[in-house]
Design a protein around this ligand. Structure first.
Ligand SMILES: [Zn+2]
Ligand SMILES: [Zn+2]
Length: 142
């Protein structure tokens, strides 16, 4: 079962109806390998449902997020979404200059997490952490 199909099954098991609009929002996010902005989802959804409004797209994305089907990533001042893939957990590095996104293996944060536990007895929740900064291209030369 693909992540997409299990997401649909999950929604149904929670008692949500898979309306054509919800299904196409899910299709659009699932069909994109990286991250997709809410406004891009809207533009693509309008091809199938010309009268769908952005508020409906947002509501659907928030619903899918609450159910753990999609993950939300803030890039610049825009919200992006991607299908939550529990086999491919990753964190994001977002460039504040060009808004590019790079993915980061959670292994990089595992050591940090361990040290917080050892030194402070604190268990951090790093699953959804996004690291801001400058990508290699946007760094000042010299
Ligand atoms: Zn991602
Ligand atoms: Zn950059």
């Amino acid at each position: 079962m693909s992540g997409h199909e299990s997401a649909v099954a999950h929604l149904r098991s929670e008692g949500y109806r898979m309306t054509p609009q919800r299904l196409s929002v899910l299709d659009i996010v699932a069909g994109r390998p990286g991250h997709i902005g809410a406004d891009e989802v809207w533009n693509l959804a309008k091809e199938q449902h010309p009268y769908v409004d952005l508020a409906t797209i947002y509501r659907t994305l928030q619903l899918l997020k609450r159910l753990g089907v999609v993950t939300e990533v803030v890039i610049g001042n825009k919200l992006h979404f991607e299908l939550a893939n529990h086999h491919d957990r990753h964190n994001h590095m977002v460039c504040s200059e060009c808004d590019s996104v790079q993915t980061l293996s959670p292994a990089y944060l595992a050591e940090f997490s361990q040290r917080l536990q050892q030194e402070f007895g604190f268990t951090p929740d790093l699953d959804n952490i996004t690291i801001g900064g400058l990508c290699s291209i946007c760094q000042p030369q010299g």
